[in-house]
Write a new protein. Structure first.
Length: 99
């Protein structure tokens, strides 16, 4: 978070519990993050029949972490591909201009 940014207080509901969060993020963004987490927890509970809240939260966090790691791998792959294509394009341009 940005140290100099103005912090706001946002009340959200996650897994049936109300939480007051202080964040420098836009309040609507914070609410959207909380709603996303709440929905993942609800999905886990529905799919697994879990009653224990903390277990559903852990499984939701693990599922979200998995998605994050997959997205990071895709971003890394795309960065490498863009770098390779840029290098190849620059080489072709140099060849055309120089030769």
């Amino acid at each position: 978070m940005n140290e100099g940014a103005r912090r706001s207080t946002v009340t959200v509901r996650i897994a049936g519990e109300e939480h007051v969060l202080r964040s420098s993020a836009d309040p609507e963004y914070t609410r959207a993050c909380a709603a996303f987490l709440d929905e993942r927890i609800r999905e886990i509970r529905e799919l697994s029949g879990l009653v224990e809240g903390h277990r559903a939260v852990i499984l939701a966090a693990l599922a979200m972490t998995d998605r994050y790691f997959e997205a990071q791998e895709e971003v890394d792959r795309l960065r490498k591909e863009v770098a390779s294509r840029s290098t190849n394009l620059a080489r072709r341009i140099e060849e055309e201009l120089g030769g």
